[in-house]
Design a protein around this ligand. Sequence first.
Ligand code: EPS
Length: 402
Amino acid sequence: LRWMTAGESHGEALTALMEGVPAGVEITTEEISAALARRRLGHGRGARQVFERDELSLLGGVRHGRTIGSPIAMRIGNAEWPKWSTVMSADPVDPADLLIDAGTGDEREIARNRPLTRPRPGHADLPGVLKYDLPDARPVLERASARETAARVALGAVAEALLEQVAGIRLVSHVLRIGSVTLPDDAPRPGPDDERRLSADPVRCTDPAVSAAMVTEIDTARRAGDTLGGVVEVIATEVPIGLGTHVDSSRRLDARLAAAVMGIQSVKGVEIGDGFAQAARRGSHAHDEILSVDGGRVERASNRAGGIEGGISNGSAVVVRAALKPISTVPRALRTVDLANGEEAKGLHQRSDTTAVVPGAVIVEAMVALVLADALLEKTGGDSVEECRRNLEAYLARVAER
Ligand code: EPS
């Protein structure tokens, strides 16, 4: 599988492309739109989520509700484009037009067009401006923005459909921590059938009391002009033994998951299974004892490894956690330097979410789905869902004989 996105946060649209999806995956615009809607949920989001509609068009690769084996192309239109069409115009504009944006004369509209020269600490603004030799941070923040993750979630929806239809693999994502509020380690973990309940929760948390505390934490941070980070977890069930490999570092399943998840805006840490906690345990309490190998199914006493040993899925649920830093557009702005004159200043502030941890869970889910789908196809080959299924069944039948 190969995939790529293009487009700017306030550009006309985001675009997503994916090549290598076999024919016969059942998927509709409605299902992908539902995934996009899940990404917009969550307490602590900013004003834009209220009106941004994620207008999705499937432009290629799908016919009558099924993939046809050709590259999948999607467009997600930005609802606000008319307001940004001058400052984000692909073609040159008359500088005078930047002062009279959209002809409204509204001061806020004009502010939208001004050069952004006060880079935010923690953001791509400063390294981006210097690396690309740009006059201001607008072109950097437009692409660094997590708006781009809408395109990845659209791709992830196709990957999730493929995983379920070929192998019965299903994913669920939830929030473990927001700021200082954490779901206890021994709290029951959700399964894929809990999706409706998680989507209905304001912070995608399984425990109502912890959820309420997270909501309070967010409200307190917002009132203080501050932002919050947190930790999310994705659990993939029914992952067959044998995705990924120990033979080459670049093909290890855990390495691929870590790279894909680390590539999400704001992610500063990735764990597979118990990850960092494993470092503090003795070996006798760190590994997952093998209880039986029966009919291709392996029973384990625990799943501290997060379903991956030696870079290969081991038949337990694959568990991936990601730590997100607090959003770097802090309303109570941090100190910076104005690149226009070298003077001390406060970081630029446009609209901002208080936290993006809740959508972060859905985005990590999408990236995990893309990596698992890629690894599954590597194992099964196949140009149609049926062929992939047959190949998987033949392989699993052999595993069961062992
Ligand atoms: C974002 C800032 C906000 C978020 C945006 C990501 O956008 P704006 O500056 O237009 O208010 O709402 O996220 C989305 C639009 C989205 O769909 O996720 C940022 O700077 O990363």
